[in-house]
Structures are given as C-alpha cells and as structure tokens.
Design a protein around this ligand. Structure first.
Ligand code: HPA
Length: 235
C-alpha cells in the first residue's frame, strides 16, 4: 500500500534493503551492482529500486539526511512493506586517530544528540545497537574480502555545522566516528523487532581535517558495497 512518501506496492520491495543517504547513489547502486533493477519509488525523488544480486532479491533506497528523514523512510519500509533487514551504507567522519580515510566502520552502537527516542517514553536512555546477526555477517564478509574495518560506537548527530566541537567529548567515550542517521534507524528496527546495521566508509577526519579525494571515495565505496551486498544476500 502506498504511503505519503513511497508509491511502491506491497511485494515490490525485497525483505532486505540497502540504504544510502543519497537517492542518486541508490540509482547508481541499482544500475551498477544489481541485475534487472526496477524503480519502485520516485516520490520526492527518493529513488528506490529492486533487483537481484547473485540471483537473490535485494532493494536499495535513499533515506535523505538526518534522523527525521531516515526515520520516515525506514518506518514505512518496516511497517508498510514488511522489510526485515535494513543496511545503511554511508560515509562518516573519523573522531579518533585509529580510523584512516577509506576504512570501513560497522556501527555496533549509536549514541546521539537527537531526541528521536523520546517518543518511546522510556524511563532512561536508550542504547541503540545493531543487529548482532547482521554485524557478525558483515565482519565475516569483510574478513573474506580482506577489507580493513573497525567495529564500535558512532555518534548520530543532528548537527553537521556545529558551533562547538562536540565530537571531542564523544571521542573521550570511545566513539569512533560521526554520522547523522543510524540512531533513528536502530530505534525503528529495535521497536519493530527487525534487523539493522550501519556500515560506513571514512570520508573525512575531524581529528586531522583530511578528506578523501573523489576517486578514493569511489574505491572505498565499492568495498563497502561488496560487504553490504554479500551480507544482504545471507539473509
Ligand atoms: N559529520 C557528520 N556526518 C558526516 C561527517 C561529519 O563530519 N562526515 C561524513 N558524514
């Protein structure tokens, strides 16, 4: 059934969906990594495609930036389209020196400065965590593909252009990297009892100020895609 943001019919979307922030990236992935992709959504240009990878049905859809946007799209994927495995693929900024540009980060947990979880009226602070099954499989695939990776906590921040360098306080708590969507994704998945994982490639470093040039960005993106797709078809 169509939603205000997604015109797909039930059955158009695979039970496993890869989720880049950028809808044009979803289009690129569908056209370069999937076999026989068909577009299921163009509402607000938030493109979504379903195809196959190594013969297994997989979908890919943009989420937009930030918790409110990924919150909407993933809520609908879960509740209106029966999606069971949600794998965010994105970029992140390194908050510690251990992370080198291009390396992968698997978000075992996500901290946040967002109030996304206030809706659940919990009597405390919710720790948003990845699906252990997806995380375990992604680590296994990264090992098989000899791709460098880190597993740990990320910060899902509401604010890209901050007045104060808040990442420094989070880094003291062992947070590896900063991005803007995973906390909401993990909340939606946890609340519904489905699986979610955030996979990132390090595009820039808060610590050193370096940023990946376009070509290297594309290469690390390909590694991330391979790990994500191999993980996706295991479920
Ligand atoms: N901040 C937030 N999100 C990001 C960053 C960043 O520095 N880099 C890539 N995604």
């Amino acid at each position: 059934m169509a939603t205000p943001h997604n015109e797909a019919n039930l059955g158009d979307i695979a039970k496993t969906v890869l989720l880049p922030g950028d809808p044009l990236r979803a289009k690129y992935i569908a056209e370069h990594f999937l076999e026989n992709p068909t577009c299921f959504n163009t509402v607000r240009n938030m493109f979504g495609y379903t195809g196959t990878y190594k013969g297994k049905k997989v979908s890919v859809m943009g989420t937009g930036m930030g918790c409110p946007s990924i919150g909407i799209y993933t809520y609908e994927l879960i509740h209106n389209y029966q999606v069971e495995n949600l794998i965010r693929i994105g970029s992140c900024g390194a908050a510690c020196t251990d992370l080198k540009l291009s390396e992968l980060v698997f978000a075992m947990g996500a901290c946040t400065d967002s109030n996304y979880a206030h809706q659940y009226e919990l009597p405390g602070t919710f720790s948003a965590t990845a699906s252990y099954e997806l995380l375990h499989e992604a680590v296994h695939k990264a090992e098989e593909l000899s791709v460098n990776y880190h597993v740990g906590n990320v910060l899902t921040s509401d604010i890209f252009y901050t007045e104060t360098p808040e990442w420094k306080s989070w880094a003291k708590m062992g947070v590896l990297a900063i991005e803007m969507e995973t906390y909401a994704l993990y909340c939606n998945a946890s609340r519904a009892g489905v699986r979610a994982l955030g996979i990132f490639s390090v595009s820039d470093s808060m610590v050193t100020g370096e940023a990946l040039p376009a070509k290297a960005r594309q290469e690390s993106f390909t590694d991330m895609m391979k790990v994500a797709l191999e993980t996706a078809i295991s479920f």
